[in-house]
Design a binder for this molecule. Structure first.
Ligand code: ZN
Ligand code: ZN
Length: 287
């Protein structure tokens, strides 16, 4: 639960209220990076911001996302416990700062890969330095053959943003969903950067087809998950869209007055409250 609160504070203070934000070092003071082994040669790291995937082995280290810049040294220390040596590749699941903040640090020794639109959005943000930009960009996807693993990086179209990538270790049965999965929480859909709720739902439906009961799923935010968790998330998205269709044409106030179906009230959290989720659905239907 603490992670969600931290995410909220971080996103909040890195945007509108940046000028009033406390010293960045203070905000990250209590964050520790925890590593969890999922399969031989595949780990998940948690700290603050998006969950990190790690491939390790004889070819070296590959990261999927790298959280916030001030955490880079702590991430590096956690990686050293898994395996010594620099990070050779970083794959960004999308452009948000809680997933790409470590690019400048890890990009010194490694090469950062991402969808074309990740580069586009980072370039358009004057607060982001060029060191944070990906170096190799792709459209539909790319495959990395590393540590004896076939790492499939797949862009299915717009969802959370217009530059999302899923990372699928098909043989090992590990799927990193990036922010196309918030476990048991309403998702953030970045409608100002091409995200759509319908697209998001479509992407989740597609990814769910790849999985089976043994698949380990790394959500962008939340604990390690499985197929049943992702399936529950899809049902929430489908029910939300159905509810939004039923409210279509009514003023926004009426949507808020009606509220989400009872079963989903506790999917509300500090960053995406029920009110904010309803606003997202309203915008999807009305704009
Ligand atoms: Zn995120
Ligand atoms: Zn995001």
């Amino acid at each position: 639960m603490i992670r969600y609160g931290q995410l909220f504070l971080l996103l909040w203070s890195t945007t509108a209220l940046a000028a009033q934000a406390p010293n960045p070092n203070d905000r990250f003071a209590n964050v520790t990076i925890e590593a969890q082994q999922l399969r031989p040669g595949i780990h998940m790291l948690t700290g603050a911001g998006g969950n990190i995937g790690v491939s390790s082995g004889e070819d070296g280290l590959l990261l999927i996302d790298d959280q916030f810049a001030p955490l880079a040294k702590r991430i590096e220390a956690a990686l050293a416990e898994i395996q010594p040596g620099p990070v050779r590749f970083v794959i960004n699941t999308h452009h948000h700062g809680d997933h790409t903040g470590g690019n400048a640090h890890f990009g010194r020794d490694g090469t950062v890969f991402a969808h074309h639109n990740v580069l586009k959005h980072l370039k358009a943000d004057p607060k982001v330095s060029p060191e944070q930009w990906p170096v190799v960009t792709f459209d539909d996807g790319i495959e990395v053959h590393f540590n004896g693993q076939r790492i499939r990086v797949i862009h299915l179209g717009a969802g959370h943003t217009d530059g999302d990538a899923l990372v699928w270790f098909e043989e090992q049965g590990v799927l990193h969903m990036g922010d196309l999965f918030f476990k048991d929480r309403f998702p953030y859909v970045d409608q100002t950067h091409g995200g759509t709720v319908r697209g998001y739902t479509e992407r989740v439906r597609e990814a769910l087809r790849w999985t089976d009961d043994q698949t380990l799923i790394i959500p962008g935010h939340g604990d390690l998950a499985n197929k049943a968790d992702l399936s529950r998330f899809l049902t929430m998205l489908e029910d939300s869209l159905r509810w939004a269709e039923s409210m279509k044409g009514q003023p926004k106030d009426a949507w808020h007055a009606a509220g989400m179906p009872e079963a989903y009230r506790d999917w509300s959290w500090s960053f995406i409250s029920e009110t904010r989720w309803i606003d997202t659905l309203w915008r999807e239907m009305e704009e």
